[in-house]
Design a binder for this molecule. Structure first.
Ligand code: EPU
Length: 348
């Protein structure tokens, strides 16, 4: 790796991206920059680095929500901005800030250890702090938007720094403005969280309640909730360090009331979660499971044997193999249930 001492980030040519995506898919980047400070971006955009206005660019966090279809003939910005601190506190909340390159789970555990709980239901989610708001990560009855204060970002077009409020992020289910109008335009540098001073355990999710009850905990502490979530995730979800995957591969689909009642007439046991609008969210894992995909393989890509919503790399898979398996699953679910599944990871 070549490092420029004059505050420009480390730059590597023809860089291997396989260790940088949790699916373990083979890909190379023409250029890989490791960004350690926000002010490196404006300096890069001056042109002295060779970064042209029309050069393709991609921001990479923990690589846990990405499918590389092949080599990336452009500039990959790997975010490695570190730092964690308490910004302020009042009667209502602790405001905690973290660099976008910090590991998400480490931040969760650290905030609990400091006595600033609130993120524990999001324990063990792979990835970085900066990636968390982009897809509004969520699990066990909590989404990042519920604990979000604001974020700082730097424009990849002109190097301008900007703060985004919670409203400006326009969060939705696994969704934010950074997947729509602002997609590809910003590099998130720091995120601030609003952690409640008056903490209460969020245990309404059945799996969490059952896990805590099994351990005899009826008034769990934040670390006990975190440990329970870790235990559930370890049991249900594959560890990317052992078998390549990108977590849930499909979003849980939302169907309108008419389609829901038609589906329920045929499948009364269909798991569904009513939404305010009258629509309902369905469990994609259940739909895929019922199509017989759980534990099944198409080439080197399989449906995980304990959670059909997760695709895994049994070894040697390419992005094309992942796409082929995903399309076969989508086709079966569409034929059997008339429901279109939308992938969660970004295809590059
Ligand atoms: N189910 C099956 N077969 C399966 C998988 C699930 O029948 O193979 C059924 C379950 O029995 C349950 C329902 O489907 O009735 C829902 O399953 P589960 O509770 O495991 O959660 P999920 O909807 O599959 C979502 C998130 C996960 C998150 C969990 C827990 C999405 C796309 N996925 O999964 O998020 O951890 O809830 O809150 O919303 C991720 O995004 O990467 C992720 C892991």
């Amino acid at each position: 790796m070549k490092t420029n001492p004059d505050s420009l980030p480390a730059l590597e040519f023809n860089a291997d991206l396989q260790p940088l995506n949790t699916f373990g898919l083979p890909a190379r980047a023409a250029r890989l920059l490791t960004i350690t400070a926000p002010d490196q971006i404006p300096r890069l955009l001056t042109g002295e680095s060779g970064l042209a206005p029309d050069s393709p660019r991609l921001v990479l966090g923990g690589g846990s929500n990405i499918v590389f279809g092949g080599d990336f003939d452009g500039w990959v910005f790997r975010v490695a901005i570190s730092g964690r601190r308490l910004v302020s506190c009042n009667d209502e909340a602790f405001i905690v800030e973290a660099g976008a390159g910090e590991n998400w789970h480490d931040l969760v555990r650290w905030t609990i250890e400091q006595g600033w709980p609130g993120l524990e239901n999001l324990s063990l989610i792979p990835g970085t702090v900066g990636a968390a708001p982009i897809q509004n990560i969520g699990a066990y009855g909590l989404e990042v938007m519920d604990r979000f204060d604001s974020l700082d970002a730097v424009s990849l077009e002109n190097g301008r720094m900007r703060q985004f409020s919670r409203a400006e992020c326009r969060f939705g289910y696994r969704d934010s403005v950074f997947k729509h109008e602002e997609a590809g335009r910003w590099l998130i540098t720091r995120v601030r969280f609003r952690l409640p001073r008056h903490w209460q355990a969020l245990t309404r999710y059945a799996d969490v309640a059952a896990e805590l009850a099994a351990s005899g905990l009826d008034d769990p502490s934040p670390i006990q909730v975190s440990d329970a979530i870790i235990a559930i995730r370890r049991r249900k979800l594959p560890d990317p360090a052992i078998i390549g995957n990108a977590g849930s591969f499909f979003k849980n689909p939302v169907v309108d009331a008419i389609r829901l009642s038609a589906l329920l007439a045929q499948h009364p046991e269909l798991p569904h979660y009513p939404q305010a609008s009258g629509a309902a969210k369905l469990a994609a894992g259940w739909l895929i499971d019922r199509c017989g995909w759980k534990g099944k393989r198409l080439g080197p890509v399989g449906c995980f044997e304990r959670q059909a919503l997760v695709l895994v790399n049994h070894g040697g898979a390419t992005g094309q193999d992942v796409r082929a398996a995903a399309e076969a699953i989508q086709a079966d679910v569409l034929t059997r249930f008339g429901v279109t599944l939308e992938p969660e990871p970004l295809f590059v």
